[in-house]
Design a protein around this ligand. Structure first.
Ligand code: ADP
Length: 390
């Protein structure tokens, strides 16, 4: 049984083809710079890597190129033979609590959620629409970034704003990165040989976009991203938590427009705002005053969330690091975990090796590093939906 996963961004398509029986990735294709004068395609399969420079006008052409590459390299002769195509959809609002088979009605609902995710949902929809055109008889399944957090208690998702803001306008916390937190949770359960629904963990997805999640008995009970993926941790170019009065000040006193403030908070803040760079590896190498400050601000915020989530969970089995920074940077992990609580103890040598378990034997909380795989999680969600459906 072959399942394809499409993660469609505004100018990119990330495509993966899975053979579910063999638990294997058959192909990985990245199409970037769609709509620009020159586009890039990278195909990886077996141990081969192929880079192609071409012109791809739009997502439709992008998917056509993907299909012809798959056929040319005998990876998938007939695109319509797929058992399912899973699509990453960033915002599922309040309605979508799990993976969902896409039909016209679902498309309308994803469309209606565009105001809540203007940067992401339109691109995700584009991917869905072109895939339906190319494989109209294959089940197309939407897997939502927000779904994993959909069982958060009311006190976690209600902002202390007038309640009508929630009732009338659905202004509430939704949370994102759900597929990543969910994948990491399942891997943790496997590795610790525990039942998922008995596991209390804190997951830290630290990448260009970052979020923390408090998971109680296998359910997300709080997470750092909120109404949009701007809230919470300090990210590559996003500010995370700030005093909301700053936004009023920028507009009222500094004369900035809504678009300018939007760009400043999403694209010019976070690490890049403090030290002009958003790549943690380079920032650590640079090591000048501003770089050190940026790292300290980022780490302090992560520590504060860990502390807050420890206070929410009455027992913590593990703190799990994932995402580009979480998986690779022993330096950041050590800073985050230093002087956290005396019963939590990092094994510095295991940490330096990026081992799966990086805590000492006597540490009361397991410290772990798990590589996330959102595409695999989407494929798994599709498979369980198909099994339940048919
Ligand atoms: P995205 O959110 O775009 O998927 P990633 O999860 O790939 O991003 O994370 C990108 C971040 O991970 C960058 O800041 C990058 O510098 C950082 N990173 C990757 N490898 C390392 C490393 N060895 N040490 C420190 N940071 C790293």
């Amino acid at each position: 049984m072959n399942i394809a996963v499409i993660n469609s961004g505004s100018s990119s398509i990330k495509f993966q083809l899975f053979c579910m029986e063999k638990n294997e990735v058959l192909a990985h294709i990245l199409v970037e710079k769609i709509g620009e004068s020159i586009s890039d395609m990278i195909l990886e399969y077996e141990d081969k890597k192929l880079e192609i420079i071409t012109v791809i006008k739009n997502h439709h052409d992008g998917l056509e190129e993907i299909i012809s590459l798959l056929s040319k390299h005998s990876l998938l002769k007939d695109f319509t033979s797929l058992s399912a195509i899973g699509h990453r959809v960033v915002h599922g609002g309040e309605e979508f609590k799990s993976a969902t088979i896409i039909d016209e009605n679902i498309i309308k609902k994803i469309e209606a959620l565009i105001p809540l995710a203007p940067l992401h949902n339109p691109a995700n929809l584009e991917g869905i629409l072109v895939a339906i055109k190319k494989a109209p008889n294959v089940p197309q399944i939407a897997v939502f970034d927000t779904a994993f957090h959909s069982n958060m208690p009311e006190e976690a998702y209600i902002y202390a704003l007038p309640y009508e803001m929630y009732e009338k306008y659905k202004i509430r916390r939704y949370g994102f990165h759900g597929t990543s937190h969910s994948y990491v949770l399942k891997q943790t359960a496997k590795l610790l040989q525990k039942n998922l629904n008995e596991l209390n963990i804190i997951t830290l997805h630290l990448g260009n976009g970052s979020s923390a999640c408090a998971i109680e008995n296998g359910v997300s009970i709080d997470t750092s991203m909120g109404f949009t993926p701007l809230e919470g941790l300090v990210m590559g170019s996003r500010c995370g938590d700030v005093d909301p009065a700053i936004i009023i000040h920028m507009q009222r006193e500094l004369g900035m427009s809504v678009d300018e403030v939007d760009k400043l908070l999403n694209k010019k803040s976070g690490l890049i705002g403090i030290c002009k760079n958003n790549d943690v590896r380079t920032i650590i190498e640079q090591n000048d005053e501003k770089s050190q400050l940026a790292i300290k601000v980022m780490v302090r915020r992560i520590k504060k969330y860990i502390g807050a989530y420890m206070a929410l969970l009455d027992r913590v089995d593990a703190v799990v690091f994932t995402g580009g920074i979480g998986e690779n940077s022993a330096y950041i992990r050590e800073m985050v975990l230093s002087s956290l609580l005396y019963e939590i103890e990092l094994d510095k040598s295991l940490n330096a090796q990026n081992s799966t378990i990086i805590s000492t034997k006597k540490s009361s909380v397991k410290l772990m590093v798990i590589k996330t795989d959102e595409e695999q999680e989407i494929a798994n969600e599709c498979l369980s939906l198909l099994k339940n459906q048919f």
